[in-house]
Design a protein around this ligand. Structure first.
Ligand code: NM2
Length: 541
């Protein structure tokens, strides 16, 4: 076992933090649950506004970057073509950033909004219906994808412009923190990132496992109990272990290809054999609502509450803030992937591509799957709301899919898709966790190291499940994400600092930034010709 390659302070730091959180929860489940729930309320109530501001600023910042001179920088050498065509690029991007949770929320999110709509709207009213089908898209839309894209900026820049592969978040903030990233500060940053990702993966597992269990229950009649959920987690770990054994490229590629085609099939099937016109009209309508209310949704915090006799719904805390935190904990990890696949694109293409294609993909899932359920509800063919009140969300999701033609077959496909989605989340998360605790990675992180983190990812949810506290984990992202707000800020600063310095000094910056030089030359030329044009102009009077 090569242990010299391991960056022990980070490895042990992450492990201590993980055990420090898990062990008390295992030893004192009831008290632990209470503490976690109070920590969540404390965070979202007191610091929720920070998450909201962060989301909005990141979005504005990325739009700025895309259209600034920094956006024209090419990630690669002059004349280099994008490494992947746009379709594969968008598909890989989507697969890296999205997991089983989209199946969960796309199908069921509208039910929550319908029953507890935002902006003081009457529950289950006509207005609530409109918000119900639009809000999900907002939470999986441009701001969310902007959060994902931000870390990709410095990382891709270092990879393909400065030609210094970066595998750690601490490396990506070197331009602002300098040499101090080589010491404890760097370790702390990496540990916090790992902690966040473990929290995010915890949320994913805690949601995905019960849904898959209900899928299997619907297919086989085996009760969706603890044993079944344990078996599912182990199955996902095994699928992942096999794919990790065959290496990143082959393993993840095969799984994400299957995912892609299965998703396309499922979406097309629901669209064609479901209420096609209703789905199209409602989705299109939602885009309008979203465009019209984008800023309102991005800033809605319901601050007045008791102070002015406003009825507080807790909507921003339970939804928007929770979501931004969840996207945030996955962001550096997705950023690493996006950066790696973006060779040959400009920063602008990478930024706009992620935000646009990412959002579009989510619009398809929410528009098709969500509005199918909504249609069933509104036409009285299936009362999802009553079913959910009686049986909980995971069973309702499966039951909605069960309303499709070829019901059993569709539930089977849906469940398989969820399993593979979950396995790919394991696969890529453990890959990144293992890379972060290595000093250097030649090709791939060490296998034992990857397997170790995959099991670490699994142990916490398993333990909590046996103690009946799986819901505790559903909000793990909120606590895990907090320190990342600062890290995101550092990442943005780092990118601006590095790219601005290079643009300024591009004359002696060789060879990968020739395009920066070209950009300066073009600008000079433009200025010159503008001046000449001015001089050539005949006198007006
Ligand atoms: N996000 C996209 O569980 C998953 O699908 C992974 C979840 C952050 C809400 C990502």
């Amino acid at each position: 076992m090569k242990t010299k390659l391991i960056d022990w302070p980070t490895f042990i730091g992450a492990l201590i933090l993980l055990l420090g959180v898990t062990l008390p929860l295992i030893l004192f489940p009831e008290a632990g649950k209470e503490v976690v729930s109070q920590a969540n309320t404390f965070m979202t109530k007191n610091f929720g506004v920070l998450y909201m501001i962060m989301g909005f600023i990141i979005f504005a910042f990325l739009v700025y970057v895309a259209f600034s001179k920094n956006g024209s920088i090419k990630l690669g050498d002059e004349g280099e073509k994008p490494e992947f065509n746009t379709f594969s690029w968008a598909a890989m991007l989507f697969a890296a950033g999205i997991g089983s949770s989209i199946l969960y929320w796309a199908v069921i999110e509208w039910v929550y909004y319908y029953q507890g709509p935002p902006f003081g709207v009457e529950p289950e009213s006509n207005e609530a219906i409109q918000w119900a089908s639009a809000y999900g898209i907002f939470h999986w839309g441009p701001i969310a994808w902007a959060i994902y894209t931000l870390p990709a900026l410095p990382i891709a820049y270092f990879y393909y412009v400065r030609k210094k592969p970066v595998l750690k978040v601490s490396e990506a903030v070197r331009p602002v923190l300098g040499k101090s990233v080589d010491g404890p500060i760097g370790n702390i940053i990496d540990v916090l990132f790992m902690f966040g990702l473990l929290g995010g993966a915890g949320t994913t597992l805690a949601l995905g496992t019960p849904m898959i269990a209900e899928g299997i229950n619907s297919l086989t009649g085996i009760p969706a109990n603890l044993g079944m959920k344990t078996a599912i987690m182990l199955l996902c770990t095994v699928i992942f272990a096999i794919s990790s054994y065959s290496g990143l490229k082959r393993g993840i590629k095969v799984l994400s290809d299957i995912n892609l085609w299965l998703s396309i099939f499922l979406l097309l099937f629901i669209f064609i054999f479901g209420p096609t016109r209703f789905i199209s009209e409602t989705t299109f309508n939602s885009l309008g609502i979203l465009a019209d209310n984008f800023f309102k949704m991005a800033t809605w915090m319901e601050p007045f509450g008791d102070l002015a006799n406003f009825e507080e719904t807790g909507f921003p805390e339970s939804w928007t803030i929770f979501y931004w935190a969840w996207w945030l904990v996955y962001a550096p990890f997705v950023g690493l992937f996006v950066a790696r696949i973006s060779r040959g694109r400009t920063i602008r293409q990478m930024v706009l591509g992620t935000m646009v294609y990412g959002t579009l993909g989510c619009v398809l899932f929410f528009g098709i799957m969500g509005n199918f359920g909504l249609y069933m509800q509104l036409t009285g063919q299936f009362d999802a709301i009553a079913f959910m009140d009686a049986n909980g969300a995971p069973a309702t999701i499966i039951e909605i899919i069960h309303q499709l033609p070829l019901a059993k077959f569709m539930v089977l496909l849906f469940t398989i898709l969820a399993i593979i989605f979950l396995a790919t989340t394991f696969d890529s998360s453990s890959y990144i966790l293992a890379s972060v605790v290595q000093k250097s990675v030649e090709g791939e992180p060490l296998r034992w190291n990857r397997l170790f983190w995959a099991f670490a990812l699994c142990v916490m949810p398993l333990a909590l499940m046996f103690l009946g506290g799986l819901d505790t984990l559903q909000t793990a992202s909120i606590v895990g994400g907090f320190p990342l707000i600062i890290i995101m800020f550092l990442l943005a600063w780092s990118f601006m600092r590095a790219s601005n310095t290079d643009i300024r000094e591009s004359d002696d910056y060789e060879p990968s930034t020739i395009h920066i030089k070209r950009w300066r030359e073009r600008k000079k030329k433009k200025k010159r010709s503008a001046l000449e044009a001015l001089e050539d102009k005949p006198d007006q009077d």
